[in-house]
Design a protein around this ligand. Sequence first.
Ligand code: 0X9
Ligand code: ZN
Length: 431
Amino acid sequence: MRFFSSLLLAAPLAAAVLLDRNGKIVYDGYKVFRVNTPEEGIAALDAQIAELEGIDVHRHADHFDVAIPPANLEAFGALNLDAQVLSEDLGELIAGEGEIAEYEGTTSMRLSSEDGEVSAAALPSLSWFSAYHAYDAHLTFLRDLQGAFPSNSEIITAGTSVQGRTITGIHLWGSGGKGSKPAIYFNGNVHAREWITSKVAEYLAYQLVVNYNNDTAVKAVLDKYDFYILPIVNPDGFVYTQTTDRLWRKNRQTRSGTSAVGTDINRNWPYQWVGSGSSTSPSSETYRGVAAGDTPENTGIRKFGDTLAAGKGIKLYIDWHSYGQYILFPYGYSCSAQVSNYSKQQSLAQSVASQIRSLYSKSFTYGPICTTLYAANGGSTDYMQDVAKTELAWTIELRDTGSYGFNLPASQILQSGQEQWKGQLWLWQNM
Ligand code: 0X9
Ligand code: ZN
């Protein structure tokens, strides 16, 4: 069905945003639709969707997902778009994620090494991966993980957020000592609502720590690369998704001359910053900022990456996102520019996808960002590839393909971690 603006019959209502008694936006009754992008392109629809107070959930090459408030469902229907329902009730999906759990702390785990020696370490309990947690609990988890691997890890920081939170992560190293090997650098949760990403980044760190002394393959990898893992690089946004708006994406930066809040940190990197794959409108989900690199979070993680690049160099960078199940590499800014090591990145991505699939049959689509997903300017991977000279600069979009979207049930955290661990371990051994 084609889109005709003349079919806008029912007038949209200015639906007041409903808050619960804790001041959190209630998404009960919002429906999520997957819309096939009309020939005219999505730009033609932007104004209508904004008028319907639709929430721009996710865009793909030929379709986009949008959440519509209950008061405007009729008006949305009157647009007569080629759409299908992805979720009947967003509120139900959010409830289905499970409660924000208390961190259960460490438990003593017996770790046996290759030579049969057994030691007990106080490790965060595996139950960490059965629920979602508050920001402070993530910090405690990281400290406990570091404490379980004291001679081979330290807590790292990468600058400060708009609201003054320290961007925090963990550095893991092997036999050569701290900082002696090329870097593997991971950033998670740059988009606040993509909760599964910090959990998966933490799962990878956890597996490295748990297995270093009892699995020769893991030991070999950590003896070859230094890992720098920052699970939540947008802490203000993350906190805001738990206190106020579960679907928040950007940081929490205010700007003069507008009441709109937030800049997309992944459109703010100071490389190929201008283009059609980002927005100059402060209310857009892909708002790029006033100047390249003008978000404190971007400055923090960019400088962190620059320091790694100037040191032993970066072998692999991954920016963890959700959702859609994609393995993506540069470029985002252009669909005609091609990375110089295209064949290598393409074939490694293909193999990682098949490793992931071998565990729980989840298919991950792979290829360059622009041709596989959409054009995106000022993104991290293009910067890491061309400016920081990273050999492999990837974005991985985790589960799922849209049924739960950002609200992946907590019961899928562990499997998401396991399938990525499988793919990553293969990658680290073969890249
Ligand atoms: O649009 C994005 O930033 C990412 N998709 S998401 O739905 N999680 O927002 C894709 C980013 C692709 N990578 C770069 N452009 N660097
Ligand atoms: Zn994202």
